[in-house]
Design a binder for this molecule. Sequence first.
Ligand code: CP
Length: 354
Amino acid sequence: MGNAGTAAVAPRGSGVAGAPRVDAQPVAATYWKGRDLLELRGCGAGPLRAMLRAAAELPSPDECAPEPWRSRLAGRTVATLFFEDSTRTKTSFSIAARRLGADVADLTAGASSVNKGETLVDTALNVAAMGVAAIVVRARQSGAAELVARAVSCPVINAGDGRHEHPTQGLLDILTIAEAHGRVPGFDLSGLRVAIVGDVVSSRVARSGIAGLTTLGADVVCVGPPGLVHGGLRTLGCEIEHSLDAVIGAVDAVIVLRIQFERHGDAAAKGDGGKPEQGKSTAIASIREYRELYGMTTERAERMRPQAVLMHPGPMNRGLEIDGPAADGARSVILKQVANGVRVRMAALGLLTA
Ligand code: CP
């Protein structure tokens, strides 16, 4: 699909490079029909709002989905190709597909012929040949979902590719913030300021969040030590700040990120077996110092604005980037994010395959 900025919203087979950006004008949910969802960068406000409104109209996952959603994918199959570990994304895509009436074909790295040398694209082509309605892809390599999308004719959803993007996580984070601050169904986030704290440089969640939030009018400030939040990230459209204490009382939502030691890849991050070691990275001076300066402690959570919400995409490392009482406290919407993940993924699967 070539151009990263337009791939997210380009019609299949359009060549995409010159696809027009769609901005704030109302966009019908049918806009998404037959498209891929690869990234939020370059996705206009209109398409974003159409997707978010569809998700917001869906009930929480513990309630029965209404028609026509409940049978939207009846008799069809959604394939999930997960070549990297996942708890939330994989499970919620499976639940979302089933709530739309679909069958689900789950493929994981450990149980696929990728282990015998088959490429990701060949794997996807074979799965697509079985007549699936959509393919959901997670992979370690940035751009992997786009490679699959170029090869197959069914819609492809990026469920996280390397450090690139995780668009459905970005959408569920936006839905959660918009609900907390009364911005549904308009999804105009102007006047809201969101802090993304921690390992931004490694984070596909941050990239999708920055793209989607700023497109809808929010200001985003990324907070962390220079090794994890460097000035070059300003090109994404966010502010940069190295003091969490300077911003904690001046934002409407805080998204805390896990330190992704496994993506740092430097010598200090490797243990004896050459594998990433939790707590080791040259990007931070020490865990103790990181916690002191950037840890989401109960005390810091108490200094947030009264209506501000505390978020984390998971998986959480309690006691490292976030303290247990803060994660479980009154302003935490972390499990709300997870529940909204099912609604967003139902909307994405339903609209792309309509
Ligand atoms: N937020 C997220 O992507 O979590 P998983 O890695 O468990 O899917």
